[in-house]
Design a binder for this molecule. Structure first.
Ligand code: ADP
Ligand code: MG
Length: 335
């Protein structure tokens, strides 16, 4: 059974960066305004994330890493909505099967913090022979989650992730993207001095800070929407920041958020790149940030939320409208 659990966990946690993505999303869900990440050996030895969010109640700690434990499912009608956001209570459970997972957390109403360690979905004693229960400790309001020795018990996966600098750059990529999407939240990496955005900036400012000075003056903005009655299930809005012909990257930098979750779509990426045909010379590529808000019910619930490629209703129409908006702005500027 534990082998099956490990395999299932590997479907959700592919590599350190995918663990980090889940952890950041939890911090954001907890209302954090400050998120600090510590990484060792590309996240394989250590991945630690500290937030100042709502914390986890002591009484919730014993089952925290059990599968389908989520505090985000308030009632049954929320189920389709929530599952599309990835609120399935699978992330921490998965991590507990393929790493040494520990949590230090404190809510505003508790007088001290508690530490808990997990293995294979269950709370485990800090020392052999001790009781498996949360232990009082010192700590600030908020939550610190520590993932040590990721994939220590899945040697095949571990050996596929030998290149720690590659893993580190993927971690940095996830952090950078979330920092841009959440410019009011301060993100810091203790082993990533290149990543500390100051809070209360705007998305273009965050883009400039993280992708370099030169990018901002070449940045265009386009907002688009279905234009229909915004209450209709098929209604949507999008916000894009993208570079003009003056900016030329060696490869496309593409950030896609759907309902504030970082996702990938090679089809949307290709469509947006197509807008630059005839605008950028051959071999030069743009920077594109796109945030799309759609009815959660129109995101394909059959595709696991952690699967790389997203699909959603009316995807082609929506993509085309966004492409038109970009094209229009690019044409305006080149006149
Ligand atoms: P999900 O996010 O789908 O609910 P997770 O496995 O990611 O499932 O997390 C399980 C639960 O642990 C969450 O529902 C939440 O109650 C709690 N939790 C996890 N991380 C944090 C955090 N940083 N701050 C507060 N609560 C958290
Ligand atoms: Mg989560």
């Amino acid at each position: 059974e534990s082998l099956i659990n490990r395999i299932a966990a590997g479907e959700i946690i592919h590599r350190p960066a995918s663990a980090l993505k889940e952890l950041i999303e939890n911090c954001l869900d907890a209302g954090s305004t400050s998120i600090r990440v510590t990484v060792k050996d590309g996240g394989l030895k250590l991945l630690q994330i500290q937030d100042n969010g709502c914390g986890i109640r002591k009484s919730d700690l014993p089952i925290l890493a059990e599968r389908f434990t989520t505090s985000k499912l308030s009632n049954f009608s929320d189920l389709s909505r929530i599952s599309t956001y990835g609120f399935r209570g699978e992330a921490l459970a998965s991590m507990s099967h393929v790493s040494h997972l520990s949590v230090v957390t404190k809510t505003r109403s508790e007088t001290c913090a508690y530490r808990a360690q997990y293995s294979d979905g269950k709370l485990v004693p800090a020392q052999p022979g001790q009781a498996a229960e949360p232990k009082p400790c010192a700590g600030n309001d908020g939550t610190t989650i520590t993932i040590e020795n990721l994939f220590y018990n899945t040697p095949t996966r571990l050996s596929a992730l030998r290149n720690t600098s590659e893993e580190y750059s993927r971690i940095l990529d996830v952090l950078t993207k979330y920092a841009i999407h959440n410019p009011k939240i301060s993100f810091a990496g203790s082993s990533a001095p290149d990543l500390s955005t100051t809070a209360s900036s705007t998305i273009p400012q965050a883009i400039r800070m993280l992708y370099g000075q030169s990018i901002q003056k070449d940045l265009l903005e386009a907002t688009t929407s279905s234009g229909d009655d915004q209450k209709k299930p098929e209604s949507w809005t999008s916000e894009a920041y993208f570079t003009n012909a003056n900016y030329q990257s060696k490869k496309t930098i593409f950030l896609l958020f759907i309902n504030h979750r970082l996702v990938e779509s090679s089809r949307i990426k290709r469509a947006l790149e197509g807008v630059y045909n005839g605008i950028l010379p051959k071999g030069a590529f743009p920077f594109i940030y796109l945030s799309l808000e759609i009815d959660p019910r129109s995101v394909d619930v059959n595709v696991h939320p952690t699967k790389k490629e997203v699909h959603f209703l009316n995807e082609e129409d929506i993509t085309m409208k966004i492409c038109d908006a970009l094209q229009e702005k690019l044409a305006e500027k080149s006149q």
